[in-house]
Ligand binder design. Sequence first.
Ligand SMILES: NC(=O)C1=CN([C@@H]2O[C@H](COP(=O)(O)OP(=O)(O)OC[C@H]3O[C@@H](n4cnc5c(N)ncnc54)[C@H](OP(=O)(O)O)[C@@H]3O)[C@@H](O)[C@H]2O)C=CC1
Ligand SMILES: N[C@@H](CC=O)C(=O)O
Length: 452
Amino acid sequence: MSDVANPSSSSTSLHATTTLGIVGGGTVGGGIVSILTSNAPLFTTMTGKDLLITRLAVRDTSKSRDFITPEGCKVTDDFNDVINDPSVDTIVEVMGGTTLAKDCVFRALKNGKNVVTANKALIAAYLPEIESLVKSVNEDRNEGTKPVEFRYEAAVCGGIPIISSMQGDYVGDEVEMISGIINGCTNYMLTSMDRDGLSYDESLQGASDLGYAEADPTLDVGGFDARSKLKILMRLAFGVDVPEDEISCKGITDLTKEDFEYASMLGGTIKLLGVAKKLSSTEVAAFVSPAYVANDDVLASISGATNAVEVLSSNLQATTYSGQGAGRYPTANSCVNDIIKVCRGDVNPLPFNSKQEGVEFVNDFKSKFYIRLRYRDQNGITADCGRLCEEHEIGIYSILQNPIKNRNDAAFVITTDSVNLSKVKKFVAEVEGKSWCRGEAFFMPLLRDEAM
Ligand SMILES: NC(=O)C1=CN([C@@H]2O[C@H](COP(=O)(O)OP(=O)(O)OC[C@H]3O[C@@H](n4cnc5c(N)ncnc54)[C@H](OP(=O)(O)O)[C@@H]3O)[C@@H](O)[C@H]2O)C=CC1
Ligand SMILES: N[C@@H](CC=O)C(=O)O
């Protein structure tokens, strides 16, 4: 921190300053600037320092902005100007992505700057590397120098303070399971489609307009954004680093109107969930998938961009965190909280908690499943399915079918007894080879009914 009197703020200020460089002036970056500037006197009181935004990097400096650039802040299209400025104490990375953002964050840390980021994709892709870089940068710092901080509250569930809770509130506890809605864009979309009857494209457009979607919305609708967040939560909760692509991941793109009708027939709805569970002292399983949620489950009523995460632990038992998971101000709020902690001098030597040796990830899980099959009508289809279920050791719990409207393209749903995902995948692969089967089958877990 620059513990010198602030020369550029009102000439009467005798406070020390903290200088911020923000990389990214979009949905989140604009919100951070607005919150910091509109509450400046309060933040000075809280930290004892004037917070100056002296640098802002954007891709296109000629674009008009929906926020006011702070007085004296230099705007650039080269983030190197920000991370190489020796007067900047803290870099706030809110441009997103995993290539340039990696360069920006890694070089900022190497330059001895604190980093605040909302970038879950980057953290999920390079968590061990970030952890060891923060450690080595701090080991190399002179004795008595404040350690460099890496903070990322906004990266998981936007405005919900789940990261600080996972870092600090379970130290004497043991987390057994995390499950919840951890992507605001898709929850907004599913709500608009199910409740308001909007099409997939209309609901995605709405989510983008409201600033919920990623720059590449495939990350949202494909489940990948939720998977990045789940990976980070798994490290914090279970001390396990899981390569992201090992976590079973299905997005919302294959869901149809019919699935909502069948879910309603079963007494529930469909939510995109991230679930991770400790199966034993040495094994953890996880998935991201649409899932059937019964109407009396707390997750069924979570609508719009709201996120909700239930953490099951030995001491606390079930604790649910709920709030805005995406959008300008909820997300910027989390970044600002991190910035204030950094300015105040709070130190967190273990940003990702301790790693637990000997805990392995198992890429399979047990649940009851919903399997929707499309078919060309002919005799013997249910008999065929029943035989295949028996061969794959899948117990049928129910069979649902609306009256057939089109004999060439009809659908029915099987719900199963508890069975491993791996068995369902093999069953589905065999069904898809049948002459009567149309297209790909769709399957998803039934939450709570012994999920995992
Ligand atoms: N939006 C949300 O609800 C949430 C977002 N996040 C994360 O926050 C981060 C930012 O998201 P969001 O604000 O929505 O994204 P936006 O697309 O709205 O903003 C990205 C900003 O980064 C700038 N930028 C892009 N590339 C460069 C570059 N090479 N050099 C300098 N600036 C660049 C863009 O400049 P320009 O404006 O000129 O194009 C833009 O201002 C992402 O990591 C996202 O995952 C996390 C939680 C919630
Ligand atoms: N696209 C993300 C933004 C916040 O993380 C989401 O919708 O959750």
